[in-house]
Write a protein that binds this ligand. Structure first.
Ligand code: SAM
Length: 349
């Protein structure tokens, strides 16, 4: 007899699905089966009934367990039988959290309808939870129609907060990179151990903290010209228990006090010109940074960088000692920055 299994949906930054699929294959005990992307930013998979979702996944925003309800519309979830089942599912989800949730939220297309309002009120009252001001809270579920077939799906988040919200971040810093994107950047630059890894324009050190998580023997150097960013980077690294791993350098990344030809891997998450910097600053910064990265890089170095200034970046690269190996556009809260993977023009492949 086939073992019982449950279906899950992982939410991912659109454009990074392949990283999540790779990580799910690698990390999940006994490997989940039938991993498939269902639409941009969403991947579904199954786990045996006695397995739980690995909350140390680095490339996903959140994972939801999918429950199918044979109801024609959300209003029917208020009927006694379905409502009792829904409460049972939610109580079980809440029990699996490390501490009891205090808040909850329900999202659905047509979220503002009277029926959704009633469902939220009835559920929160029955569970003794506050409805969260942000619409999500700790115990969070989404209602959706299945892509095929009848009924409705209730997708219940398997964690009290998104997995992508890292504990090492004491507070939100404008411009700090989504940690799942930082993790994906470190997976592009897969190399043998004991590499010299440089993060130019390192900000709060998200990329190197994520890098340190999978590469314990690399030498990591963060360079930023903002004292506050370096201070917060140090603080985050300490909270992540990586402070001994990351050397923080307060310096201009276009003239870094580092030896030529020293870096195996270079990362840069450049100012987009929205939260941080301006387009005019970037016009000067991008070519200068590519030039300096070219000086610092070993002949076969890999340079992974993220930028929202696509045209400026294309111009700067074509005038530099770097060439593009791949480009991936991602969807970051409605912005569409691109991940560039560069190798030196002179590199032998
Ligand atoms: C988009 S933020 C990087 C965010 C970072 N990935 C994080 O997760 O916090 C860009 C960073 O570039 C830095 N920066 C801008 N111009 C620089 C320069 N010339 N030298 C060094 N750092 C610079 C800014 O201080 C800022 O921290």
């Amino acid at each position: 007899m086939a073992a019982m299994s449950f279906e899950y949906e992982a939410e991912i930054i659109p454009g990074l699905e392949s990283f999540a699929i790779g990580e799910l294959r690698q990390l999940q005990p006994d490997a989940p089966s039938e991993i498939r992307q269902t639409r941009a930013g969403f991947v579904r998979f199954r786990l045996a009934a006695d397995e739980s979702v690995d909350q140390s996944l680095r490339s996903v925003i959140a994972v939801y367990r999918i429950h199918n309800f044979a109801v024609p519309r959300p209003k029917s979830l208020l009927g006694h039988e379905h409502f009792m089942r829904l409460l049972g599912i939610l109580r079980a989800a809440a029990r699996s959290f490390t501490s009891s949730p205090q808040t909850m939220g329900i999202a659905a297309a047509g979220s503002q309808t009277a029926v959704m309002h009633r469902l939220r009120q009835a559920t929160s009252r029955a569970l003794g939870l506050q409805l969260a001001a942000d619409g999500k809270g700790e115990l969070f579920l989404r209602l959706a129609r299945p892509a095929a077939g009848a009924g409705w799906e209730v997708l219940v988040r398997t964690s009290a907060s998104p997995i992508s919200k890292r504990d090492y971040r004491a507070f939100d810093v404008p411009g700090a990179l989504n940690a799942t994107v930082a993790y994906a950047m470190t997976q592009i630059a897969r190399r043998a151990e004991r590499q010299i890894v440089l993060n130019l324009c390192s900000g709060t050190s998200t990329i190197l903290i994520e890098h340190a998580g999978t590469k314990p023997n690399d030498t990591l150097i963060a360079v930023d010209n903002c004292r506050d960013m370096i201070r917060i980077g140090r603080q985050n690294a300490r909270r992540a228990q990586r402070s001994h791993r990351i050397n923080q350098l307060l310096a201009d990344a276009v003239s870094a006090p580092l030896a030529a030809g020293s870096a195996d891997i270079i990362y840069a998450d450049l100012p987009f010109g929205h939260h941080l910097g301006s387009h005019a600053d970037n016009v000067a910064l991008y070519p200068a940074l590519l030039r300096e990265a070219g000086r610092l890089a070993k002949a076969d170095a890999i340079f992974v960088l993220l930028s929202h200034e696509i045209r400026l970046m294309a111009r700067a690269i074509s005038a530099s000692s770097w060439r593009v190996c791949s480009e991936t556009t991602i969807n970051l809260s409605g912005l569409h920055p691109r991940l560039f993977v560069l190798r030196k023009n002179s590199a032998r492949i």
